[in-house]
Design a protein around this ligand. Structure first.
Ligand code: FAD
Length: 359
């Protein structure tokens, strides 16, 4: 059933298996560590960021002069689909008005909508595909939060700041780590069934680079469980949250003070443009992993094409941390229909040994 090149490779992997398992049991390194030159050689041949054409200087806008991933530079420099003059006029005659427009219907978008209604605001979610058609649905491994008595948000904060090479924005890391345990509780109240120990406490695992076990999980489909729960909650409030599917935002609208006042949506079925005037606009359109950087296969969802970044950039936003892209290092290569599907990092945490094609 496998093509010949895979059969050969699998055979070599089998040949080294018993030796590798023996070494792993004895706590000895399974293969010799690479020296700097060897590592550089592999990275320059195979890592999507390492080729010289991987990055280019952006020539316009608030980040002008910075080096970004070429695929996203091209999008940020591209022209709008819309005529700017007509955009100015359109705010005077909106098709819809809302207190809060949420652009993107993944985890962040649904959570923003649920938070809004708790605070008496009736939001509108406009999303490119169906609600929940998002990277959020696809996450497998787990979610980090300091939920055990041995752990604390401060320890989580230190791990995250160190893991981010001290580049992170401290106030964002603080919000993430301090809110974590409460978010786990709130998700459980909404219906998420976390993996638990026999005594009913949360099961926690190690994530890469963490000093304590703090990864909560739902088997290996945490994203699907969280998204199903959030979508149910959104759909349970039809009078408060309106959802527009297959209606991506294609441009933000600015008022006469230059502040964001809504967006233009594009209906993928009818090919009509729709103007939404909003008191507040929240962008939750996710990342740009689906741009297939350097032609690589990707674990990312079809929607992850950087739309929110492009719209915000055109509206004058300075984009942060555009020099770093997270890649999943392990994914399926066969059968071809699922090339790029994630093989979760949890597999490595559980003792999986990465090997090259020669075993
Ligand atoms: C395969 C995979 C596994 C992962 N595993 C983990 C894990 O184990 N643990 C972890 O913490 N993280 C994991 N992640 C990362 C995590 O899933 C994301 O960081 C997170 O889900 C992002 O949520 P989001 O709501 O910001 O974006 P998304 O979930 O990507 O949602 C964005 C939404 O916006 C929509 N959209 C895009 N453009 C527009 C537009 N112009 N107008 C309207 N809507 C638009 C998209 O279609 C999508 O529905 C994983 C990611 C992937 C791809």
């Amino acid at each position: 059933m496998y093509p010949d090149y895979l059969k050969d490779s699998l055979e070599k992997v089998n040949q080294t298996r018993s030796k590798r398992l023996e070494l792993a049991k004895s706590d000895k390194p399974v293969y010799p560590p690479m020296n700097a030159a060897e590592r550089e050689d592999v990275l320059s041949k195979f890592h999507p960021d390492s080729a010289s054409a991987a990055r280019s200087h952006i020539r316009i806008g608030p980040n002008k002069g910075e080096q970004l991933t070429t695929e996203i530079t091209d999008l940020l420099e591209a022209h709008s689909m819309l005529d700017p003059k007509r955009m100015e006029e359109s705010l005077a005659n909106p098709d819809y008005e809302t207190d809060m427009l949420i652009i993107g219907g993944g985890g962040a978008g649904c959570w923003a909508a649920i938070t809004a209604i708790k605070n008496g605001i009736k939001p509108m979610i406009a999303t490119k595909l169906r609600l929940g058609d998002a990277n959020s649905m696809m996450s497998e491994g787990g979610m980090q939060a300091a939920v055990t008595p041995q752990d604390s948000p401060t320890r989580h904060y230190l791990d995250a700041i160190g893991g981010g090479h001290f580049d992170n924005k401290p106030e964002l890391v603080r919000a993430l780590t301090e809110d974590g345990p409460e978010v786990v509780r709130e998700l459980e109240n909404l219906g998420v069934m976390w993996d638990k120990m026999e005594d009913g406490s949360l099961q926690v695992l190690h994530g890469g680079g963490t000093s304590h076990k703090r990864m909560v999980s739902c088997r290996d489909y945490i994203g699907a469980v969280i998204m199903r729960t959030l979508m149910d909650e959104v759909e349970n409030h039809p009078d408060e949250i309106s959802v527009r599917e297959f209606e991506p935002a294609i441009e933000l609208l600015l008022d006469d003070k230059g502040q964001c006042a809504g967006a233009v949506l594009y209906n993928l079925d009818t090919e009509q443009f729709m103007v939404v005037r909003a008191k507040t606009t929240v962008i939750t359109t996710g990342g740009f992993g689906r741009l297939h950087i350097r032609g690589f296969a990707t674990t990312n969802h079809y929607g992850a094409t950087g739309d929110g970044l492009v719209m915000a950039y055109r509206a004058g936003a300075n984009l942060k941390f555009m020099d770093s892209v997270q890649y999943h290092p392990t994914g399926a290569i066969y059968p071809e229909q699922i090339a790029g599907f994630l093989i979760t990092e949890k597999i490595r945490g559980a003792g999986g040994q990465p090997l090259n094609k020669d075993g």
